[in-house]
Design a protein around this ligand. Structure first.
Ligand SMILES: C[S@@+](CC[C@H](N)C(=O)[O-])C[C@H]1O[C@@H](n2cnc3c(N)ncnc32)[C@H](O)[C@@H]1O
Length: 275
């Protein structure tokens, strides 16, 4: 399979993570690709703490908490090195942590081994960037955060379809996207040009150490709510589009629009029940 350009910044960061001597060093060198924090003193423990703080907020806000969690199966699409996965494994009986980079998945297992429940973890490599090697009707919840915006548009929509396929009827999906903003007509072509540079042998690993280059390279798509709602029509119901209160315009096609200060103004979430 030809390596597609939008996968390269992640693969390069994954290889960089594999070369680090210990998990704290991984967070110092590549942690910023996940939570935008930089510094030579960062530790894996602090990194996981950011996920520990976010997980209950999202689960509570989106109505995904339940007394039955310990018996439930959770799918996380784009787990990275386990920033949020640790908290998910402490709550849910089985967590399928999915990512395109096998190096990240190894680090995710290590993070969960130290800060979560590794006996609740299954890691799944998304080798083609668009399909999940998980049987249909497996999950009670499928969740994805800051990942679908980094995929090719068709891959993002394929992963949305996969999230629905692997979720049981009556289960929920909570999927995060990035909308168009005023600077995107400049940012997206610049991102495509940067990804082309990542293909040049020897250049990608050097570029991947620079935040500006990587942040540009991973700008792969923007999807607005009506585009995703159209793609999932008939497969989900009880649809809520969650956004920041600054983005209060109506959302045609959704059952509900809801707002939460904690959502980045350029992001939005689809929370829905699977038919
Ligand atoms: C910004 S990180 C977010 C990680 C995690 N959700 C968090 O909040 O820490 C995006 C992750 O998505 C993964 N990713 C990007 N494109 C993907 C794809 N097509 N399929 C699966 N994972 C993908 C990257 O390897 C990376 O680990």
């Amino acid at each position: 399979m030809r390596r597609r350009a939008q996968l390269i910044p992640w693969k390069v960061a994954g290889r960089l993570s594999e070369r680090q001597a210990d998990a704290d060093r991984v967070v110092q060198v590549t942690g910023w690709v996940f939570n935008n924090e930089t510094g030579h003193e960062l530790t894996l423990a602090e990194f996981v703490t950011t996920g520990d703080a976010e997980v209950p907020v999202y689960l509570r806000t989106f109505g995904l908490e339940s007394a039955a969690e310990a018996g439930q199966t959770f799918v996380e699409i784009g787990c990275g090195i386990g920033r949020m996965t640790c908290a998910f494994t402490r709550r849910f009986g089985c967590v399928y942590a999915c990512d395109l980079d096998a190096g990240f998945l190894e680090r995710c297992r290590e993070a969960v081994g130290r800060f979560g429940r590794v006996d609740h973890l299954e890691t799944i490599e998304v080798a083609d960037g668009r399909s999940l090697d998980i049987p249909a009707d497996t999950a009670d919840i499928a969740f994805s955060y800051i990942t679908l915006q980094h995929c090719d548009r068709d891959d993002a929509l394929a992963l949305v379809a996969e999230a629905i396929r692997v979720t049981k009827p009556g289960g929920r999906v909570a999927l995060n996207f990035r909308s168009w903003s005023a600077i995107d007509p400049l940012v997206l072509p610049a991102g495509a040009a940067m990804r082309a540079l990542f293909r040049v042998p020897g250049v990608g690993p050097r570029l991947s150490r620079h935040r500006a280059a990587t942040r540009l390279a991973w700008q792969a798509n923007r999807l607005d709510p009506h585009q995703v709602l159209r793609a999932v029509a008939g497969r989900v119901h009880d649809t809520t589009i969650w956004r920041n209160p600054q983005r209060a315009a109506a959302v045609p096609g959704a059952d509900r629009a809801a707002h939460f200060e904690g959502i980045n103004p350029n992001h939005w979430w689809l929370v829905a029940t699977v038919h």
